[in-house]
Design a protein around this ligand. Structure first.
Ligand code: UDP
Ligand code: MG
Length: 139
């Protein structure tokens, strides 16, 4: 059965461009409840650990530089069928391929600086949430 939580980050491009409020409004309007939230900044080492699954990909090093280049907002979101519905709301990784009305279509700058992260499975949602929040902060 699909779980009811997912994990997101508003990436440096979205935060620096002043889009936190607009993106959070889209997330709320789509029926997600924010149950944990943190404004923070990753070191390159942190970014490397978070994206360890992409270590062998050609974009890994640049991605870690980018993700540690500015502030981010990390959050745990709650909704029925959260992981799948949130991936639909954010749209394709490459914003030129993202559907109209998706967060990435509206706010992403490039395939790398694509405004927002969304977990791809219940298991990763749980792991990624634990990366940022301790068990007392995960409601
Ligand atoms: N990424 C990139 N170049 C690529 C593919 C991905 O810079 O060709 C970055 C982008 O920021 C993306 C992240 O790496 O969001 C993780 O990639 P993934 O394939 O997991 O995409 P996502 O699940 O975020 O849509
Ligand atoms: Mg992914």
């Amino acid at each position: 059965m699909a779980g009811n939580k997912t994990f997101t980050m508003l990436k440096p491009d979205a935060v620096v461009a002043g889009n936190i409020g607009n993106i959070l409004a889209m997330i709320n309007n789509a029926g997600f409840k924010i149950v944990s939230m943190k404004y923070t900044k990753l070191s390159k080492d942190d970014a490397g650990k978070f994206y360890a699954v992409h270590k062998s990909r050609p974009f890994y090093d640049e991605l870690c530089d980018y993700m540690s280049s500015g502030p981010i907002v990390a959050a745990i979101l709650e909704k029925e069928n959260a992981v799948e519905d949130f991936r639909k709301l954010i749209g394709a990784t490459d914003p030129t391929k993202a559907e109209e009305g998706t967060i990435r279509k509206m706010y992403a700058k490039s395939i790398e600086a694509n405004a927002v992260h969304g977990s791809d499975s219940d298991e990763n949602a749980s792991l990624e949430g634990s990366f940022f929040f301790n068990k007392f902060e995960r409601f």
